[in-house]
Design a protein around this ligand. Structure first.
Ligand code: CMC
Length: 430
């Protein structure tokens, strides 16, 4: 390519030219894929702080500006004007659907919402007090044993079938995990309801009573799902891509993503954040926790604060905060102590030098816990709900990856600092 920008690397007296690829928006990348062949060295970047692991057209985050785009559309516009099903279509197909396309897509999701009846036997093998993330991770992994006709990645129809099944069934699987944990009967999906209402119905209705979904709460649930639907190459998405790079089936890939999401530094932060707000309990105790967060010798961190990419307010956190207020108002919750602590904590942290200088702002998990708890979910379900929403993002990224002709099995290198070769010494001579 003429006019192609190049970066120059000088090492050990030799110079190499490395191609630079331009992004449509955001950072360009230096292609180092031939560096080992040409120069005999690896690059070193623990945590991938400066490394783009793939080319993608799905989601863009500008952390300095606090901007999040799904297929080019700002998250604020999608959260206010779109719905989760349309957002799923957008993430998977790259364009907003026409009316008929949306109806067809919504129908295909609805007709796959039930799980194989045998799956319910799987649940009964878990302890009742198992964390629902453990249950959901296990059940999604087990789906490859139930849907043999959608695990051949070389058949595009099977890839679509697997994605449709997972997006359709993940709310059912999550709701069943919840029902199992509280000893209530599993509730079947009701296909006359939309995606968010159906999820609420499967979680909160019981066979012995009529259940009417509150439209405002359903809209809030839908918004939570939109906000969590994708976030480019985060830890769980990269896990899905890395698992998928070996050509394993998509159910196994998504199960791997769920396992990664569970960690408190990632999706588990919403649970950790609410637990922290409850532990702080009253506004007068906030300074003690701020001091702990700033203390280098204390491992404590303000949960729901800070982000690898956002060095500005997380745009999802702003929408989540608004949604949180709407939900509490609808439910007539006037003085929620955790909300009061959260708002005061945010106010103090945003004016504190430590947080300002390190660019630590509230992230999506800061207000999502309060909202989800008000909707009726126990804390253990928060990360499960994140997984329900993120399933579409994982699948969009997985499909993009397997369609990419340049894709190779992920196999990072290392800086080895262990012992050089040495001879084995028998146990008596050591
Ligand atoms: N409270 C106090 N100090 C913090 C916090 C925090 N929440 N987050 C980062 N710092 C400090 C950290 O101690 C470090 O200080 P120093 O430079 O003096 O060593 C500096 O800020 C940079 O932190 P880092 O750990 O190097 O940054 P990272 O990009 O590797 O980590 C993070 C990002 C999200 C893991 C981290 O900010 C964190 O642990 N936050 C709390 C957990 C949380 O809310 N996670 C949800 C992330 S958003 C949802 C998602 O994507 O899953």
């Amino acid at each position: 390519m003429e006019n192609q920008k190049k970066a120059t690397l000088t090492y050990d007296g030799n110079t190499w030219e490395l191609p630079v690829y331009e992004a449509t928006v955001g950072q360009s990348v230096v292609d180092i894929s031939n560096l080992y062949n040409d120069a005999g060295i690896f690059t070193y970047d623990p945590g991938f702080k400066s490394t783009a692991s793939c080319e993608s057209k799905i989601t863009y985050v500008d952390g300095e500006k606090g901007l999040l785009l799904y297929r080019g559309y700002p998250i604020e516009q999608l959260a206010k004007q779109s719905d989760f099903i349309e957002t799923c279509y957008l993430l998977l197909h790259g364009t907003l659907p026409m009316e008929e396309e949306k109806d067809t897509f919504a129908h295909s999701i609805k007709i796959h919402s039930m799980v194989h009846e045998q799956v319910s036997c799987f649940y009964r093998g878990f302890r009742r007090d198992a964390h629902p993330m453990a249950v959901v991770c296990g059940i999604v992994g087990a789906m490859s044993a139930f849907y043999h006709d959608s695990i051949d990645n070389s058949d595009p129809e099977q890839c679509i079938a697997a994605s449709t099944r997972m997006i359709a069934k993940i709310p059912t699987i999550a709701a069943m995990a919840y029902k199992y944990s509280i000893g209530q009967p599993f509730m079947y999906p009701r296909n006359e309801l939309n995606y968010a209402s159906n999820f609420l119905q499967m979680c909160f209705s019981v066979p012995s009573e009529d259940y009417k979904v509150n439209p405002l709460l359903s809209r809030a649930m839908d918004r939570v799902l939109i906000l969590h639907a994708d976030h480019e190459q985060n830890a769980s998405t990269s896990t899905v891509r890395l698992a998928g790079s070996s050509d394993t089936n998509p159910f196994a890939c998504v199960a791997a993503g769920i396992a990664c999401l569970w960690g408190p530094a990632h999706g588990g932060a919403n649970e950790a954040s609410l637990n922290m707000l409850r532990e702080i309990a009253t506004i007068d105790r906030i300074p003690e926790y701020i001091a702990r967060a700033k203390d280098k010798n204390d491992p404590f961190r303000l949960m729901g604060f800070g982000h690898r990419i956002y060095k500005n307010y997380d745009p999802r956190a702003k929408i989540m905060q608004e949604t949180c207020h709407e939900v509490l108002q609808e439910l007539g919750i006037k003085n929620d102590p955790t909300l009061s602590v959260a708002m005061e904590l945010e106010k103090i942290a945003l004016t504190d030098d430590y947080f300002i200088s390190k660019k630590l702002y509230p992230n999506i998990d800061f207000y999502s816990g309060i909202t989800l708890r008000a909707l009726g979910f126990p804390t253990a379900m928060f990360t499960v709900i994140f997984a329900v929403a993120r399933t579409v993002g994982w699948l969009a990224q997985w499909r993009e990856m397997i369609a990419d002709p340049s894709q190779k099995i992920g196999r990072p290198r290392q800086l080895y600092t262990g012992s050089p070769q040495r001879g084995y010494v028998s146990i008596k001579k050591r």
